[in-house]
Design a protein. Sequence first.
Length: 311
Amino acid sequence: MSEQRFKYGGQAVLEGVMMRGRRQATVVVRRADGSFARLDLPVPARGARWQQLPLLRGFAALIEAFTIGRKALDFSASVVAAEEDEHIHPLVQHLIFAVTLAIAIGIFVVLPSLVANFIGQMGAPVLLREVIEALINVSLAVAYIAAIGRIPDIGRVFGYHGAEHKVINAYEAGLPLTVESVRQCSRIHPRCGTSFLLAVALIGFLIFLSVAGLPVWQRIIARIVLIPLVAAVAFEAQQLAANYYHLPWVRWLLGPTLAAQYLTTREPDDDMIATAIAAFEPVLAADQLAEMQPAPLTDVVPGIVDTRPTL
């Protein structure tokens, strides 16, 4: 696979963007004075044979994306906290993550199952019960995203999300990585995490039918256990769809998942676009080098590199 065909990706963080390439991921966070804080993270090579196998490669990719994504979010939070003279202990961060994960499972797995089970006890057929549960799940997810999008800080994250998509779209279209050029690109991208979550919901509905006959609590536990399998299948489906995105019928099938991205992206301003470009350029440079060069550190926050805006 050539450098041009490599599927670059990224993630919005607090006041910044993380971009990921073959050799490294780079997080760039914009400070209030317009300067950038940057962190380079190595991307582990997938040399093991099992990491190249269908489904298993998707599972490996998701674990890698989760690990790098957590580090990127922690870094951006540390930069923002340093500017606001607030410091969150790492133990508190892990506790917040664990509580958030538990709440997410409760709201998006347990609650829909209990409601659907109640409807099933009233006489609804199993298939109808499963459809209702899936609809409740998707409705809760859409309502949650729409609600948090009204929070100003989250709205800015959605703006950086749009900037990340625009930069990737510009690169894949062969356009120059300038603010003026990137601005004209779409903020919608077929490999977006939002689309992935909807693919998880659809594929999960099909896979979860295999445990639909279990008692409610066994069914809930089985669904939690099957989440990695669902995510791996959704990853393969999304990658396949992205490879054939140029076909009109594929774009038509992806229409609902692409439309959902309008909830999690905003049209970015020029500063957001410049930040996304600043995160992408080191990733491209690293992929053109035989060896990565370690980035210098500053005394503000460990792992930060100071740069100026790329305009």
